[in-house]
Design a protein around this ligand. Structure first.
Ligand code: FES
Length: 128
């Protein structure tokens, strides 16, 4: 389980572990590190929308909804200033269980930039 410190925004705001990207997102004023790959078919969850109640992410590819609480619980993380330190799984869980590495994935950790959807950068819940 790699422990990685990375930027919460801007350059190097995405850490890739064994081919799986993770980003720091903020939903309803609460920040967390989340897997930026949809559990359905790997869609870009860093571009997801958020349901009006702030409970689920909406994948941009097929609009499947994923629980924010579930994504939040996958990755223990602590933010200090503009950086976050996360304990990342060697491989992302499938339905809450550890999964084998995806075909063709190689080990290692890399940092890169991924733009986040506006819905994943809101510091406070939108007013109703
Ligand atoms: S890849 Fe996300 S809903 Fe299909």
């Amino acid at each position: 389980m790699p422990v990685v410190t990375f930027a919460v925004a801007g350059r190097d705001n995405c850490v890739v572990v064994a081919g799986t990207p993770y980003v720091y997102a903020t939903v309803g004023g609460r920040g967390f590190v989340m897997r930026a790959r949809c559990p359905h078919r790997g869609g870009p969850l860093h571009l997801a929308g958020v349901t009006g109640d702030g409970v689920r992410l909406v994948c941009p590819w097929h609009e499947r909804r994923t629980s924010v609480a579930r994504m939040r619980a996958e990755v223990p993380a602590v933010r200090v200033g503009d950086r976050v330190t996360a304990v990342l799984p060697d491989h992302p869980p499938v339905r809450g269980r550890p999964a084998p590495p995806p075909a063709g994935a190689c080990g290692g950790v890399a940092l890169e930039h991924r733009p986040l959807a506006p819905a994943l950068t809101r510091r406070r819940a939108a007013a109703d």
